[in-house]
Write a protein that binds this ligand. Structure first.
Ligand SMILES: [Zn+2]
Length: 230
């Protein structure tokens, strides 16, 4: 099967390591690689979970130790303290343990050019939410900023929330555009649950629909660590 050239990045935030690991066989069935943005302390148990996901071909990204809103934190404490307290400790322990880190997802999607500049010193890729660029009543498929045709060495992505009772048809239309124009589309959710969830999470049944549709479009489903390589 020839790939379309388009890429879908499925990303998951926070600390749902156990359920993310449970989803490994589902991703494997579709030859899909995801990105898991982990917040919180990185202890030996977390490292072991990260290794399980990484060994299955998935990407680990970071999401801050305390899930701090970066702009608020930097305004209050300055960029040096932000990096020192929120970012570097996670990064160092991951690198020391062989977890390859290239990407960071903004907690609460709060960012500025200043925080981008600071974080790009340590990361290649940053992810925020499309909320920042969305226009009223315009679907994601018509929101140009959500489709990246050429990935820069330092790239910010605007993710679309594929969680809760999201509009499956809207997401499918966006996936179709990515396949047709060979661009990268980023989606985000949090936990992967058995039941259709009310808020920030995605159900296995919803995830399976996305994976099925990506397959029919011949979209590659890649982790952030694989971006920029074909
Ligand atoms: Zn989060």
């Amino acid at each position: 099967m020839t790939a379309s050239g388009g890429t879908l990045c499925l990303t998951f935030d926070d600390h749902y390591l156990e359920n993310w690991i449970k989803a490994i066989p589902l991703f494997k069935k579709y030859n899909a690689k995801a990105t898991f943005f982990v917040c919180g302390e990185v202890d030996s148990k977390v490292i072991a979970s990260m290794k399980t996901l990484q060994d299955a071909g998935h990407t680990i990204g970071l999401h801050g130790i305390n899930h701090a809103k970066s702009v608020d934190y930097v305004q209050k404490n300055g960029p040096v303290e932000f990096m020192k307290n929120e970012i570097i400790p996670q990064l160092e322990i991951c690198r020391k343990n062989g977890i390859k880190i290239r990407a960071f997802a903004y907690p609460n999607s709060q960012r500025s050019h200043e925080t981008d500049n600071e974080l790009f010193k340590e990361f290649d890729f940053l992810r925020t939410s499309w909320a920042e660029i969305r226009k009223k009543d315009i679907p994601v498929a018509d929101t140009n900023g959500c489709f990246i045709k050429k990935i820069s060495a330092k790239q910010l992505f605007y993710g679309f929330p594929s969680s809760g009772n999201f509009n499956m048809e809207e997401v499918k239309a966006a996936m179709k555009r990515a396949a047709e124009e060979n661009s990268v589309l980023v989606l985000y959710a949090h936990n992967i649950t058995e039941e259709i969830p009310p808020s920030h999470h995605i159900a296995v049944s919803q995830l399976t629909q996305l994976l099925e549709y990506a397959k029919t479009l011949k979209l590659s489903i890649k982790g952030f660590n694989e971006l920029g390589t074909n």
